[in-house]
Design a protein around this ligand. Structure first.
Ligand SMILES: [Zn+2]
Length: 695
């Protein structure tokens, strides 16, 4: 995954490398959704010749060549900020989840405890009449608690409580594996507390960014007014929020700096850290949070906590209360509060920042909510219905085949020394493959869900998750834990676990199909398996050893050669202007770009081996294409995506993944094998004169 916090819209998994951003664990207002079900959905295929646009020269723009047919069939719906093949499957899965939830919501004496919880939570979320009738009253005890803050000495306990109910104020604390010793789980104190997507939104000086900040203040003002504040007070309070968050942002690392784990590795112990925080009692915070009051910990961003310490002393308490109040309102503004709050939140985060034109239907938001809160209870039913054991075996077979290919490919690298190759292969052989769903399902029995209490349920779900997370500190690492729910259409590599994780929801058309041949499946899903494996060896992953410790296993010379080759890709992506005036960030996207290129290369090699073993006739055409051509088209067609310009801007500024057009064309330009399959001239746009290559 990645270290980004797309707060508050797209918070991603810390320290792991996902395939795509914005699809998993994303609040409903930044999710996308399927077009209205007015027409019957066409059959989803991994390789679909009907989507190819033969009027485009494949050697000039392969993305357009492979996807134009899909674009024509799939105009971007009003409630979408981006809509692609991942969303296509995501929406199909969401329909399946809806059916499970509706069944579970129907009162019945035969419901299991799990069905009762997910069903009642879904019903509570769908019950807008009750949510609207209750108004802001369910949040009143929390607002009162903030209003009661009278001395700075009371702040630590208040922050501990707000953190436990999912309110992102000032900083964030949670369990994580020690960078130096991945077998040990310690507390991590992280920078946090922002309402805009990431720190540079507070510092950029271009006209668009200035405008976005003004609209953010306007949004915060409106939320305060909805909560009952007089206009003039709300305006002043919104300015206070921006000023305080700007101070936090300026002391935070950039998202590019956060990509280097060394920048986040500041081991200390709770006693030393508490001496740094001269204006904030860490002992009080830890006691109230039920977190360790002693022992090893990591302070990921010392500069940030120095600023926090200063702010804890210098900020007037009424300003602190204002800031806390805003984040409380924000945290509960979707599906738990009256529709006016939700509409206002959607308006800023989905419409202004990402270009959506219409709010998603309620059932979609509620289905995603239950998936976030109790994803393994919901996922257990999903897997039983939609992920047969044979599919799990096929997925595992493909993963093993690509791992064997990578083993051979490491041997063939001409730039890496024998010593580093031994270490690379050791690491590869230690990768754990997790397919589909957890071996042991999460136990939600202590989570209380009350039908009709949407806001209370959300609060208790946060408390449950917080307690579950903190309980990991000091215990043996659970390598079987998943950071994505089973129906998720995504995948990730976790460098501290050294494992690859492929949720069940992903192994379906249009990404994988047992009705299609290896050329299609390896071009598509095979490239993803290769992508995740390559993350173990990208600019970030390569810094971890086979056991997941942040420990250098490279010779100096090999490290220089790696960096030199990687720089080729940094420059290549830096040169891409995604929207007028906004270039991609080559360093931010390096890990994903390395994984895309390396992953596709591995899939290609693995498929070639399989095709050879099966005596596939490489000249025989199916639907007018050779097997090689179908491999590349299947790769490209997974990325067919329509994106609004606002979303594209946000993506270019915050997402470690390049936009899908470049995940197709730029990657293929670096692979001469692609150009040969389509007999492209050396001067063609899709053939790079000096291709970059690392893995
Ligand atoms: Zn990735």
């Amino acid at each position: 995954m990645f270290h980004l916090s797309f707060a508050p819209c797209c918070r991603s998994i810390a320290l792991a490398s996902i395939l795509i951003a914005g699809m998993a664990a994303v609040p409903a207002f930044c999710q996308t959704s399927a077009p209205a079900a007015a027409t019957a959905a066409p059959e989803l295929k991994v390789f679909d010749p009907a989507l190819v646009d033969k009027t485009v020269d494949p050697c000039e723009n392969f993305y357009r060549y492979s996807c134009n047919g899909w674009f024509k069939r799939n105009p971007l719906p009003a409630d979408q900020t981006s809509y692609g093949r991942f969303t296509e499957l995501f929406e199909l899965n969401r329909l399946h989840l809806k059916q499970i939830l509706e069944e579970s919501a129907a009162p019945s004496a035969t419901r299991t405890a799990s069905q009762q919880k997910i069903g009642d939570e879904y019903a509570s979320c769908m019950d807008t009449a009750t949510v609207n009738k209750l108004g802001i009253a369910p949040l009143k005890p929390e607002l009162d608690r903030i209003a009661a803050l009278q001395t700075a000495a009371e702040l630590p306990a208040l922050l501990a409580h707000l953190h436990s109910i999912g309110v992102n104020v000032f900083f964030d604390m949670g369990a994580n594996q020690d960078f130096a010793d991945s077998s040990s789980v310690i507390s991590f104190y992280n920078a946090g507390g922002l309402g805009l997507p990431e720190r540079d939104y507070y510092t950029r000086t271009d006209a668009k960014s200035v405008e976005q900040r003004q609209l953010y203040v306007e949004h915060v003002r409106k939320m305060f007014v909805l909560a009952g504040e007089p206009e003039a007070q709300a305006k002043k309070d919104a300015e206070t929020v921006l000023a305080l968050e700007t101070n936090l942002a300026k002391a935070s690392l950039t998202i590019t700096e956060q990509r280097d784990p060394q920048n986040l590795n500041h081991p200390t112990d709770v006693a030393s850290f508490s001496k740094e925080l001269t204006h904030f009692s860490l002992a009080d915070y830890a006691a109230a949070a039920h977190a360790p009051g002693a022992g090893k910990m990591n302070e990921t961003e010392p500069k940030f906590f120095a600023e926090f310490n200063t702010l804890a002393a210098a900020t007037p308490l009424d300003e602190v209360r204002t800031y806390l109040r805003w984040h409380l309102l924000h945290a509960y503004s979707t599906t738990s509060m009256p529709e006016a709050f939700e509409q206002e939140t959607w308006n800023f985060y989905a419409h202004t920042l990402n270009g959506a034109e219409k709010q998603q239907e309620r059932w979609k938001r509620c289905t995603s909510r239950v998936d976030r809160e109790m994803g393994e209870a919901l996922g257990q039913v999903y897997v039983a219905r939609y992920f047969p054991p044979a599919e799990k075996q096929q997925a595992l077979d493909m993963t093993l085949a690509i791992e064997q290919t990578m083993d051979k490919d490491v041997d063939s690298l001409d730039w890496m020394s024998a010593d580093t190759k031994v270490k690379a292969k050791e690491k590869l052989h230690t990768v754990m493959n997790k397919i589909g769903y957890p071996d042991k399902w999460r136990d939600y029995s202590t989570l209380q869900i009350v039908r009709g209490d949407a806001l209370g349920n959300q609060m208790r779900a946060h408390e449950f998750e917080r307690a579950r997370d903190l309980a990991k500190i000091g215990k043996p690492v659970d390598k079987g834990e998943w950071q994505m729910t089973p129906p998720t259409v995504n995948a990730y590599y976790d460098p501290q676990m050294n494992n690859v994780n492929f949720p069940a929801g992903y192994f379906q058309p249009p990404f994988f199909s047992d009705k299609e041949d290896d050329a299609a499946n390896y071009g598509d899903m095979g490239s993803t398996v290769g992508h995740e494996l390559t993350h173990g060896f990208d600019d970030e992953g390569r810094q971890y050893d086979k056991d997941g410790n942040l420990k250098n296993w490279w010779t100096k010379d090999d490290e220089l050669k790696f960096t030199d080759r990687a720089d080729c890709m940094v420059k290549q992506y830096d040169a891409i202007e995604a929207v007028p005036g906004v270039h991609l960030n080559g360093k931010l996207t390096l890990g994903e770009n390395l994984a895309d290129l390396g992953g596709l290369w591995l899939a290609w090699l693995a498929w070639e081996d399989k095709a050879q073993a099966a005596h596939v006739d490489l000249t025989a055409k199916t639907d007018g294409y050779t097997p090689e051509q179908r491999f590349w088209i299947a790769y490209a067609q997974q990325w067919c995506t329509q994106t609004r310009p606002e979303r594209l801007r946000t993506q270019a500024q915050t997402d470690p993944h390049a936009p899908d057009e470049y995940r197709t064309n730029t990657v293929l330009q670096d692979l001469p094998e692609f150009g040969r399959s389509f007999s492209c001239k050396k001067t063609a746009a899709m053939v790079s004169p000096k291709p970059c290559r690392v893995w």
